[in-house]
Design a protein around this ligand. Structure first.
Ligand code: ADP
Ligand code: ADP
Length: 237
């Protein structure tokens, strides 16, 4: 499914944030990347879909090297990678339904559809996803009228509208209270299994990672220092 080989990043400042990282994800699991602030977690996850441009290495998603793609190829590949952010990145003045539909149509397609009409099968899929993430009946609400947990549920539904081959979650619970964080983690864990879609989650809360992830990768100074099934980790890890 996903093979990362020798992924490295040196920022223009000279900071070596990622020192050559290798991982293979060969089944639909929830993989948590943990490590202290500055360890390189965010750089790692962002190099996978080239929100940050890697300096070296390969990212093979179902055999295709994302790092080698030109701009057009990258745009297509990103359609297959759902991204979920700490600050949700919703369009605040649009409705929940419109935000979710943007996952299928993109924002340009969404603007065109707002003036014309939405494909009925997309609307049906969006309603089903809203139901699944616990937001049945919220389709007409504006995004800016929602709580943080509800916004993140919209973010998850939007990502799933892409029918992604891979989900990337960059600190999705860092702005949420502990109870809401656990609800979101449980939902993500269930969706990974239901949709058979692997997910990489960058998370600084080790307890949450241990409770919900299938596998935990520890990073330090831009390198992987451990990589293990969550159940096999001892307290010392
Ligand atoms: P984490 O997500 O684990 O906190 P980051 O990937 O954000 O770590 O950062 C890794 C290292 O790279 C840190 O030392 C950070 O200061 C540095 N860094 C992150 N982004 C940039 C940037 N745009 N330019 C220079 N250095 C950066
Ligand atoms: P987050 O983890 O929320 O993305 P970061 O602290 O990693 O936030 O970075 C915030 C912004 O500052 C990002 O654009 C990042 O690239 C940049 N940045 C982080 N560390 C450095 C650094 N040492 N030098 C320059 N830019 C940095």
């Amino acid at each position: 499914m996903l093979a990362v080989e020798g992924l490295a990043k040196v920022y223009p400042t000279g900071k070596k944030a990622l020192g050559g990282v290798d991982i293979v994800i060969d089944r639909p699991q929830l993989v948590a990347v943990i490590g202290s602030s500055g360890a390189g977690k965010s750089t790692f996850i962002r190099c996978i879909n080239r929100l940050v441009e890697p300096t070296a290495g390969r990212v093979l998603l179902n055999g295709q090297d994302i790092v080698a793609l030109d701009r057009k190829g990258l745009r297509a590949a990103r359609r297959r990678i759902g991204m979920i952010f700490q600050e949700y990145n919703l369009v605040e003045r649009l409705s929940v339904m419109q935000n979710v539909l943007s996952g299928r149509l993109g924002y340009v397609g969404l603007l065109a559809a707002l003036r014309y009409r939405f494909p009925p099968q997309d609307i049906q899929a969006a309603f089903a996803l809203l139901d699944r993430v616990g937001l049945a009946g919220y389709h007409d609400r504006r995004a800016d009228a929602l709580s943080g947990g509800q916004r993140q549920r919209v973010g998850i539904a939007r990502a799933l509208m892409q029918r992604p081959d891979l989900l990337l979650l960059d600190e999705p619970t860092a702005s949420l209270d502990p109870k809401t964080s656990r609800q979101i983690m449980r939902l993500v864990r269930e969706l990974v299994a239901e949709r058979q879609t692997p997910a990489i989650i960058n998370i600084h809360d080790v307890a949450l990672a241990r409770a919900y992830a299938d596998r935990i990768i520890g990073m330090k100074d831009g390198l992987i220092v451990f990589d293990a099934e969550a159940g096999s980790l001892t307290e010392a890890a």
